[in-house]
Design a protein around this ligand. Structure first.
Ligand SMILES: Cc1cc2nc3c(=O)[nH]c(=O)nc-3n(C[C@H](O)[C@H](O)[C@H](O)COP(=O)(O)O)c2cc1C
Length: 136
């Protein structure tokens, strides 16, 4: 099951405040290309309707998400996402007010999976944390 994080539970922001969330999770089971297509299609539909922009990186078995949008609507969508049984261990790495949007649309990027992370190279989790810091 997906986990709620403390950071998520203590959120109290107004609907008009622009908020940015950075999160990671792990696929509960390997997802087929068709299932990813479906996630992409539903995400684009709902995110556009809610004014949410950002990205979702899929690098099996991990997902890395950055989402930005009006606070209440973003958290409402995140509520749906974290309870999605197709992934688990959802951790919100950053949750912060944003002054400007860094993404124009919401996009999904599929990266080749890594069988075993390279011990000498930056892991994807470091990459997404670094990216989120550089976004400011
Ligand atoms: C890793 C992952 C990321 C997702 N990201 C989003 C998202 O950004 N926006 C969204 O609306 N749904 C996202 N979803 C899908 C939602 O959990 C949910 O299935 C979907 O919004 C339901 O849409 P429907 O009620 O129209 O079928 C994601 C699911 C997974 C597994």
């Amino acid at each position: 099951m997906a986990e709620r994080t403390d950071q998520h539970e203590v959120s109290a922001v107004g609907d008009t405040t622009l908020l940015r969330l950075v999160w990671v999770s792990r696929a509960a089971e390997p997802l087929s290309a068709q299932e990813l297509d479906r996630i992409e299609e539903r995400s684009r539909f709902h995110n556009e309707a809610a004014g949410i922009t950002g990205l979702l990186i899929v690098q099996a078995p991990h997902f890395y998400g950055i989402m930005e949008g009006p606070g209440a609507r973003l958290l409402a969508r995140m509520e749906v996402i974290i309870t999605d049984p197709r992934h688990c261990r959802v951790h919100i790495l950053r949750e912060e007010p944003a002054t400007t949007r860094r993404f124009v649309n919401w996009r999904l990027f599929r990266l080749p999976g890594v069988a075993s992370p390279r011990p000498d190279g930056p892991s994807s989790i470091d990459f997404i944390i670094d990216l989120s810091h550089r976004l400011g």
